[in-house]
Design a protein around this ligand. Structure first.
Ligand code: C2E
Ligand code: MG
Ligand code: MG
Ligand code: MG
Length: 277
């Protein structure tokens, strides 16, 4: 009986594992089709100067406009894009689209701000990154830095020399680099601060906790000072309340992004926002 039990359990386990694999394969097929059918779309979220309240930039955030399931957030498909390497092609499209939108806003007489694009670890280490950036910049046809990129610590952790080389090449193209979700990785501080980057983005989890927890308040204050000593700008993510905004201002954080100022919106809505800015 025990042996049969075991058999059964293994049998069930196999079937469950099969189902997981089958689901992953069908998701990969779906993602490829989505890429071809241009179902990935850019939303844009404003970045604000905390002192003046003026728009200083935008972040492009990808969504999957699924024909049946509607708008799907990146948390539900970016990990699969990364697993399959499709993130390189999708990321390229996001960057290219961001600069196309920049151009059409510019042509419409609006003053589009710099647009930040998230670059996944695989994309960061792919040689086509530089030609992708050059192509996107040509599309924008601007001489005032229309593009910046955001990378997370996981892109930066190994192979210091190579990372520095990539970062330097990106910056040579006049594209500023931000470390995204700063503070959530496990890299050593001395390693991170030795990298040629321009901006630190303080993760939303710190901003959220800061107003209830003096420890986090101190941490954010320290990160802002550290960034300033290194001549980096600081952008706080996920600002939802005036209280958070006021504290960040007191700490001399320059820029902020969050639902308090605006949710990520489709290109047309962002254009409308530029018209009133
Ligand atoms: P991220 O780059 O840190 O982007 C910020 C995320 O925080 C966005 O989520 C944004 O909608 C959300 N957010 C902004 N303000 C607030 C706020 O006040 N409150 C709350 N609760 N959330 C806020 P989203 O758009 O779901 O994107 C999640 C993550 O997916 C991004 O985190 C980024 O890591 C990744 N991602 C998005 N677009 C791309 C892309 O084109 N390429 C790659 N590789 N990753 C992307
Ligand atoms: Mg980002
Ligand atoms: Mg972030
Ligand atoms: Mg974040």
């Amino acid at each position: 009986a025990a042996a049969r039990d075991l058999d059964l359990r293994f049998g069930q386990y196999d079937r469950a594992a099969d189902r997981v694999v089958a689901r992953q394969i069908s998701l990969e097929v779906e993602l490829r089709e989505a890429l071809e059918r241009q179902e990935f779309v850019n939303f844009y979220q404003p970045k604000i100067d905390l002192c003046t309240g003026k728009l200083t930039g935008a972040e492009a955030l990808v969504r999957w406009r699924h024909p049946q399931r509607g708008l799907i957030p990146p948390s539900e498909f970016v990990p699969a894009l990364e697993r399959t390497g499709l993130v390189i092609a999708v990321g390229r499209q996001v960057m290219q689209r961001a600069m196309q939108d920049w151009r059409s806003w510019h042509d419409a007489g609006l003053l589009p701000p710099q647009i930040a694009v998230n670059v996944a670890p695989a994309q960061f280490r792919c040689d086509s990154l530089f030609s992708d950036i050059e192509h996107a910049l040509q599309t924008a046809g601007a001489d005032n830095q229309p593009l910046s990129i955001e990378i997370t610590e996981s892109s930066l952790v190994s192979d210091h020399d190579r990372v520095v080389e990539i970062l330097s090449k990106v910056r040579a193209l006049q594209v500023p680099v931000a470390i995204d979700d700063f503070g959530t990785g496990y890299s050593s501080l001395s390693y991170l601060v030795s990298l040629p980057v321009d901006v630190m983005k303080i993760d939303r989890s710190f901003v959220t906790r800061m107003t209830h927890d003096a420890g986090y308040m101190g941490l954010v204050s320290t990160v802002v000072s550290l960034a300033h000593n290194l001549h980096l700008k600081v952008v706080a993510e996920g600002i939802e309340t005036e209280e958070e905004a006021n504290l960040l201002k007191l700490l001399r954080c320059e820029q902020g992004q969050g639902y308090l100022y605006g949710h990520p919106v489709p290109a047309e809505e962002f254009a409308a926002l530029l018209e009133t800015a």
